[in-house]
Design a protein around this ligand. Structure first.
Ligand SMILES: *Cc1c(COP(=O)(O)O)cnc(C)c1O
Length: 350
């Protein structure tokens, strides 16, 4: 199989929008740019941003040790997820396979693009049901979506299982590593770059602390990346985000507060384990913890009581394999202390 054989026929022949700066991009310091109908009067943001995000990609390339041609920058990883559908999946014809429970955007993007989702439940211990995933795919399956560490379960999957899926499947395997920086399991990027059919998603929204700037990454074969780049909006990353992200990445090459967050994660884990409100605290490789309440039908009640104390967690009670579960993100030391006090109050019936 060649990955390019899976591209939607209309995308394969697409003539992408050519920006004014594509047609003339020679670096001409001090030139008169009257080619893009911009307002020439000097305002910080009067010019269109670089559609190829060269400065940003050079920085990320160095940090992630990935060549620029294997790198896509999106308006959050959510853009990269949507582009997988728009590049590969024929609406009303093709399907994707996704694990459940997992991140909600895979099926929302599938629904928007009129693409069938074949959900495969994880094993009871949240490990990857490799054979069931492969069995769910047919000749119309263009992509399999995995997420490791997985949201909301918090566990990372065995690399061998994910690679087995990639090596047995005639389509694209998307591996969402939004939480990879928190994980002991490490990234699959190196293996991914040895294959045409793995696309790894990462983001600056979590460990890097830039959720508000909307910067997501896709790392994959140069072919797949080039099709995604052709289909994206030309100016998908705005100049303000480019400026701020580049400035931050020039200053620091590692995610900030990682050690603090890991210390706090241990603390919150111990706090939940010692609380009679919870019967199970799932192991985590992410910056959140999934915990099952002791009285399985009381997840909503504990959620409401926490809200009453101005603490907002995520109720995952209605999610497959997560009955009775709350998902709790790791906050600052002070925030986690407030969580602890709130749990103690609820335990005491207050
Ligand atoms: C938070 C999260 C993302 C991040 O999405 P962005 O659009 O980059 O903010 C991606 N995947 C998963 C599984 C997440 O939980």
């Amino acid at each position: 199989m060649k990955i390019t054989d899976l591209i939607r026929p209309n995308i394969k022949v697409l003539a992408p929008y050519s920006t004014a700066r594509d047609e003339f991009s020679k670096p001409l310091e001090g030139a008169v740019f009257i080619d893009a109908n911009e307002n020439p009067f000097p305002e910080r943001y009067n010019r269109y941003p670089d559609p190829h995000q060269r400065r940003l990609k050079a920085l990320i390339s160095e940090i992630k040790n990935v060549p620029c041609e294997n790198l896509f920058c999106g308006n959050g990883s959510d853009e990269a997820i949507d582009l997988v559908f728009r590049v590969f999946c024929r609406p009303g014809v093709d399907n994707i396979v996704a694990i459940a429970p997992s991140y909600g955007m895979y099926s929302v993007c599938a629904d928007i693009n009129d693409v069938e989702v074949r959900s495969v439940l994880l094993n009871e211990d949240y490990s990857l049901p490799t054979d069931k995933i492969l069995a769910a795919a047919d000749e119309k399956t263009k992509a399999i979506f995995l997420c490791s560490p997985n949201n909301p379960t918090g566990n990372a999957f065995a690399a061998a299982d994910m690679l087995k899926i990639a090596d047995s499947f005639q389509g694209l395997v998307v591996i969402d590593e939004a939480y990879v920086d928190f994980s002991e399991a490490g990234s699959i990027v190196e293996e991914a770059l040895r294959r045409e059919n793995i696309l790894v998603l990462q983001t600056l929204s979590k460990a890097w602390g830039m959720a508000g700037l909307r910067l997501g990454l896709a790392i994959g074969s140069a072919e797949v990346i080039s099709y995604m780049s052709r289909v994206k909006y030309p100016y998908n990353i705005n100049q303000a985000a480019l400026d701020i992200v580049c400035e931050k990445l020039e200053k620091t090459k590692t995610p900030p507060f990682l050690e603090e967050l890991k210390v706090e994660r241990n603390r919150v884990e111990a706090m939940l384990k010692s609380s009679p409100l919870f019967e199970k605290v799932y192991p985590t490789q992410a910056n959140f913890i999934l915990a099952k309440v002791s009285e399985p039908n009381k997840a909503g009640e504990i959620y409401d009581k926490l809200i009453d104390k101005s603490i907002v967690v995520r109720n995952r009670d209605k999610v497959a394999l997560c009955a009775g579960c709350l998902r709790i993100s790791i906050g600052t030391t002070e925030e986690n202390t407030r969580l602890e006090a709130a749990l103690k109050a609820i335990e005491a019936g207050l």
